[in-house]
Design a protein around this ligand. Structure first.
Ligand code: R5P
Length: 291
């Protein structure tokens, strides 16, 4: 039988262990030293057997260091096998998938080239920011959806007449899928982001049908919390019930979690693509299925 080895990068060690258990695969951990100048020195703690090798490492902050560590692990695995799957549960740079302003670089396409050049034969990501990002890869890439897992969690919280809300039109398809699986309806707000300052504004004016209902704001990721805070402030003015957030990737930069809670959010539920306080939904099962 073909041997399967999971190598866990430091950014996703726990998830990598969970995945190896599900796949009944060998698990190899890695050690990391950061040199005083910021360079990453990464070591794997055993040699993998020939066969399938799965590297698991997310590229959340420090994004570039975690990316470099991922590339290094792939290159190391390639010395043992030509079948190297790079699982990047949270793929940083996924929002840089097109040229919004003249002169911008589509950095996601650079990442795609780096992953291939390092020796990845396939990439698996969870809830990539947009489907458009997948087009930059010329090696096989699979995008796994965590929506069902998030919905399973929400089904256990008895919400009052829940309504699913996307904070922007770009997330409408995700919110629609969430609502369908949850067995309720959805709406999408209109959000505008200043491409230079990053500031967001909700452009939707009035809403019918929100009053008294508990809401689930569904987004792929929370970074500064700006989008969620603006959406919550607007929705609370419409006299809604409780507001919860469901997201796959909770980066929660600086005081984002505090800002969101202060805005009146009753709960933030995210997955373990990024480990943290809110990451209560495990994605190892859906990744195992994709493999
Ligand atoms: C944007 O289109 C994304 O789906 C998220 O809404 C956004 O990246 C979240 O960023 P922040 O928390 O900084 O508003």
């Amino acid at each position: 039988m073909l041997s399967v080895t999971v190598i866990g990068g430091k950014a996703s060690e726990d998830l990598a262990k969970k995945l190896s258990k599900r796949l009944k695969a060998d698990f190899i951990s890695s050690d990391l030293r950061i040199f005083p100048d910021g360079e990453s020195k990464i070591t794997i703690n055993a040699n993998p057997k020939k066969g399938k090798i799965i590297i698991v490492n997310s590229t959340y902050p420090p994004v570039d260091s975690n990316l470099m560590q991922t590339l290094s692990l792939i290159a190391k695995a390639r010395q043992f096998s030509s079948d190297v799957i790079s699982v990047i549960p949270y793929l940083g740079y996924a929002r840089q998938d097109r040229e919004f302003l003249p002169g911008e670089i589509v950095t996601l396409s650079v990442i795609a080239k780096l992953l291939k050049a390092s020796g990845a034969s396939k990439v698996i990501v969870v809830d990539i920011h947009s489907q458009m990002g997948l087009k930059h890869f010329d090696i096989p890439i699979k995008n796994v959806s965590a929506v069902q897992e998030l919905v399973n969690h929400f089904k256990k919280l008895k919400l009052k007449d829940p309504l699913v809300v996307s904070p922007d039109l770009g997330g409408a398809t995700r919110a629609e899928e969430f609502a369908k699986l949850y067995g309720t309806d959805f709406i999408a707000l209109k959000k505008q982001r200043d491409r230079k300052t990053g500031k967001v504004e909700i452009m939707t004016l009035n809403l019918d049908g929100v009053k008294g209902r508990d809401l689930v704001l569904v987004d792929d990721m929370i970074s500064t919390g700006g989008s969620i805070v603006k959406a919550t402030e607007f929705l609370r003015k419409q006299k809604c019930g409780k507001v919860y957030v469901a997201c796959t990737h909770a980066l929660l930069i600086d005081s984002a979690e505090n800002k969101i809670r202060k805005a009146g959010i009753s709960g933030i539920i995210s997955t373990n693509t990024i480990p943290g306080n809110t990451s209560v939904v495990d994605v190892s099962g859906i990744i195992a299925k994709a493999i």
